[in-house]
Design a protein around this ligand. Structure first.
Ligand SMILES: Cc1cc2nc3c(=O)[nH]c(=O)nc-3n(C[C@H](O)[C@H](O)[C@H](O)COP(=O)(O)OP(=O)(O)OC[C@H]3O[C@@H](n4cnc5c(N)ncnc54)[C@H](O)[C@@H]3O)c2cc1C
Length: 414
């Protein structure tokens, strides 16, 4: 694109800010139009305020959507190494933690936003906040954008980076879908992902706050959909923790299909059921005078004991251990390894970290992120029907897609 031309970026989140840097580096005028009173609010909330900015175990299987392979295009052109080098150049020294998760050494998401904004300032990019875009019009091979207050702004190319619907309190309220649907783009129904689950169970109040390290499997009927391990947390409405967030996308999908998804908890993934039975038998035989309930103290969280024993069908949990028969021990061991809980929904958009679904990638060029319907219009980040697992994959998608679109918008003469 010729110098002196203007690129408008709608949305100042991770993808929009990255697109702005990539475009401005190539000498074009760049203006970011952001609906909120400042850019990058969601970046500040990422990784519990530490910003898990990417993951060194990049793998296309960590991405989802109707056609996850679409993500190859951008992830291959602006990959994890380039992303880490990019941030290193801006001053963010990266460190890698468990599971390949990458964070800034400072452990502060704010440092990531600060260096991006500094770079934008150096490159002369204008950040215009409280400019919610309500319409994109194509006029004589360029664009006219209408802001909510009625004002208009013209540009030669437009990059739409408005995010999805997850955490609308951080700006992404689904408004971008309308902008693109008005220009003929298809929307794959958005559903909350990386979100806590609601369970149908009577004991949730009793267990609120109880944590354990274990495994959670998502099942529909006899079909195993996915298994995840890590810290699992009971809440007053259901269940949370990283493994549960990973399973939530699958739960949303099953519920949409009107299926009944179940979460199977394994509190002892390191033991086979028969080894756990043996361990319980030994424990009960070692202190036969102790009550059954008390015999579990030190083995599982105290608040879990009465719930587990009741769920395993033990009526009198106070009986002395010597009165517990082998069938009861088997039932308890089985439950500890296969605790079946019915998932009845997810928490709402406010609690979701990411959106599954979005603008159909079929109508977007995977190598440039340019719309196949409207020349000069680009669609990036979470707004598209691509979502990643927990662990830095979503930000990487935002960085990669933003960068590629920004560069192409600045350099191509289309
Ligand atoms: C609490 C939380 C923690 C997370 N932690 C991580 C993590 O550690 N690692 C990871 O990889 N991912 C994480 N994610 C996911 C990740 O943050 C997002 O996938 C990513 O930020 C999406 O970037 P985006 O630029 O596409 O969209 P967004 O970040 O949502 O940015 C969209 C921007 O567009 C603006 N906007 C929307 N509509 C308009 C409009 N009409 N006009 C003008 N502006 C508009 C919004 O205000 C917003 O600033 C987390 C998400 C949440 C909510």
């Amino acid at each position: 694109m010729k110098k002196g031309r203007r690129i408008l970026i709608i949305g100042g989140g991770a993808a929009g800010l990255m697109a702005a840097v990539a475009a401005a580096k190539n000498g074009v005028e760049v203006i970011i139009l952001e609906g909120l009173n400042r850019v990058g609010k969601k970046i500040l909330a990422t990784g519990n305020g530490r910003c898990n900015l990417t993951n060194i175990h990049m793998d296309i299987r960590r991405f989802h959507g109707k056609n996850p392979k679409f993500a190859f295009g951008a992830l291959g052109q602006f990959d994890v190494e380039q992303t880490m080098n990019f941030f290193d150049f801006l001053g963010i020294k990266c460190k890698t933690e468990e599971g390949g998760k990458v964070y800034p050494y400072s452990d502060q998401a704010t440092s990531v936003l600060d260096v991006l904004r500094y770079e934008l300032q150096q490159l002369g990019v204008k950040e215009e906040c409280e400019k919610e875009v309500v319409e994109i019009k194509i006029k004589n091979q360029s664009f006219e954008i209408t802001i909510k207050d009625g004002s208009k702004i013209k540009g030669d190319k437009v990059i739409v980076a408005t995010g999805g619907m997850a955490s609308p309190q951080l700006g992404s309220n689904g408004g971008g879908y309308k902008l693109l649907k008005d220009l003929g783009h298809r929307l794959i129904e958005p559903i909350p992902a990386l979100v806590q689950l609601k369970l149908q169970a009577t004991f949730l109040k009793q267990l609120k706050g109880v944590k354990f390290i274990g495994e959670a499997s998502l099942m529909e009927g006899d079909k195993l959909i996915r298994v995840e391990g890590g810290e699992i947390l009971f809440t007053e409405y259901g269940i949370s923790g990283p493994p549960i967030l990973q399973l939530s996308r699958g739960v949303s999908e099953e519920l949409i299909k009107k299926n009944i998804p179940y979460i199977i908890l394994d509190l002892f993934p390191q033991l086979l059921t028969k080894d756990l039975e043996e361990l319980l038998q030994l424990r009960l035989a070692y202190q036969p005078q102790k009550s059954l309930q008390f015999n579990f103290v030190g083995l599982i969280n105290k608040r879990l004991i009465p719930v587990i024993l009741k769920e395993a069908g033990i009526d009198n949990i106070q009986k002395i251990s010597s009165q517990v028969n082998i069938k009861e021990i088997e039932a308890i061991a089985y439950l500890l390894k296969n605790w079946k809980l019915k998932a009845i929904g997810t928490q709402d958009w406010k609690h979701a970290q990411v959106t599954a679904g979005g603008i159909d990638v079929e109508q977007v060029d995977s190598k440039t992120l340019e719309s196949k319907l409207v020349k000069g219009l680009y669609v990036v980040g979470e707004l598209l029907d691509i979502d990643g697992d927990c662990g830095g994959f979503n930000l990487q998608w935002a960085w990669s897609s933003g960068y590629i679109a920004g560069e192409d918008a600045a350099l191509s003469n289309r």
